[in-house]
Design a protein around this ligand. Structure first.
Ligand code: FDA
Length: 397
């Protein structure tokens, strides 16, 4: 039987990086992937330009049942480390808003860079080659693949999450974890558009295609979260960065509190306008700050909407302002793994060593990247987790 020092299962972001680093340390590494094309998720990421990291990364940018777990790996492999690699390969990049870093040209450059790093490390790549099982055998492991069985003292599971099954996502990482006695934190689609049931959505359906800045807040058993980002109305619900971000923290039955005038004190504004321009109407004040269609939907059914502000009691204006800045919507679900950028939940990190990503239950076995219960915000954080967890693992092999 062929033997390698390490077998990395899954040649996505985390697997490629871990294999390259381990190979460059002198280990004999086999990297396996069942997809026909290398690292499709990197290719389609960031709208084809790969938001490969974020300048400003900390544990606060991740959701997990074990929030401190990611600290060590993130501290030991920073965005600057990955930027240095990108620059060594002369890949031009730029910063968009909120510290998000993208390739100037194409995400294919990141794939080519990682593949080249693997070649430099002498990594053997078998692709397409599905891994079917991993077994414990005489103190080591045997990885059963479509091209035969391989002996490996150190299998590294880098099989990612469940999102976008059409390009190779599989649940094998979770199955392997369970097989070796690991707990799985419930998996859910995350960074995903939210849907709202027909009746509740009817007033907003006409806004499909409209995007506005919004402050979206949720409080669920996953904790509380608030994001101020663009919110996009769709035919079925909410999308855009604000909805994707909040989806990671949303749970069924939980309402979202939405303020479509973030940072504005509407009550104070209306009091001022009432004093200075008493003949103005609520609709005209709102129309200056929101797209007309959005203002119309928000004011539909308001009894005194045609009255000048002078005719409103201060008390009523204040309560109307509160209502307008506190839209409550209860999503009935998400667009699912077909549309989700990531999977939240995964291999319970309380059973992994945060310095090496190795199992505390089964010596030698490691889990890196998205298969572990570490879910980054939108904005390059998930790739930074893939790079950092891969580096932590490779150092410990
Ligand atoms: P990844 O999914 O990359 O790799 C897993 C690999 O395992 C795959 O190649 C798969 O084929 C292989 N595999 C699965 N089962 C197997 C089996 N049985 N045998 C062999 N191989 C198997 N993040 C970010 O930070 N910035 C961004 O811009 C984006 N953009 C983005 C857009 C879209 C549309 C999506 C879907 C996702 C993103 N992401 C992102 C998220 C990011 O792509 C994701 O978090 C990382 O790719 C996770 O890296 P992993 O290596 O853990 O899994």
């Amino acid at each position: 039987m062929l033997t390698f020092d390490a077998v990395v299962i899954g040649a996505g972001a985390a697997g490629l990086h871990a294999a390259a680093l381990a190979g460059q340390r002198g280990l004999a590494v086999l990297l396996l992937d069942h997809a026909a094309k290398l690292a499709e998720k990197i290719r389609i990421s960031g709208g084809g330009r790969c938001n490969f990291t974020n300048r400003d990364v900390s544990a606060a940018n991740f959701a997990s049942a074990n929030p401190d777990f990611c600290r060590s790996a993130l501290a030991r492999y920073t965005p600057q480390d990955f930027i240095a690699l990108v620059e060594r390969h002369r890949i031009a990049w730029h910063e968009k808003h909120k510290g998000q870093l993208f390739c100037d040209r194409s995400s294919q450059q990141i794939i080519d860079m990682l593949a080249e790093e693997c070649r430099r490390g002498g990594v053997e790549l078998w692709q397409p080659c599905r891994v079917e099982a991993v077994r414990h055998e005489s103190g080591g492991f045997v990885v059963d693949s479509e091209r035969g069985s391989i002996a490996a003292p150190q299998p590294v599971v880098a099989t990612g999450g469940l999102s976008i099954p059409q390009i190779g996502a599989s649940d094998i990482g979770y199955r392997l974890a369970r097989q070796f006695g690991h707990r799985i934190v419930d998996t859910r689609p995350a960074l995903v558009p939210l849907t709202v049931k027909g009746d509740a959505w009817a007033p907003y359906a006409g806004l499909a295609g409209v995007a506005v800045p919004a402050d979206v807040h949720v409080e669920s058993d996953a904790g509380q979260a608030r994001f101020v980002e663009d919110l996009l109305f769709t035919h079925r619900g909410l999308s855009g960065p604000a909805a994707l971000q909040i989806s990671t923290f949303w749970r069924p039955g939980v309402p979202l509190a939405i303020d479509l005038l973030p940072g504005e004190d509407l009550a104070a504004l209306l009091r001022r306008v009432k004093q200075d321009e008493p003949r103005r109407k609520l609709a005209s004040v709102l129309a200056e700050r929101l797209p007309r269609r959005v203002a119309e939907v928000l004011l539909a059914g308001v009894a005194h909407v045609e009255r000048p502000l002078a005719d409103w009691r201060d008390r009523d204006l204040a309560s109307e302002a509160r209502r307008l800045q506190h839209l409550e919507l209860v999503p009935d679900g998400t667009e699912g793994y077909r549309k989700a950028e990531v999977t939240s939940g995964g291999v319970d990190t309380r059973q992994l060593d945060s310095r090496t990503m190795r199992s505390k239950l089964v010596p030698g076995l490691a889990f890196i990247g998205e298969v572990a219960d570490v879910t980054g915000w939108l904005g390059g954080y998930n790739f930074q987790w893939a790079w950092a967890s891969a580096a932590a693992c490779a150092r410990g092999l």
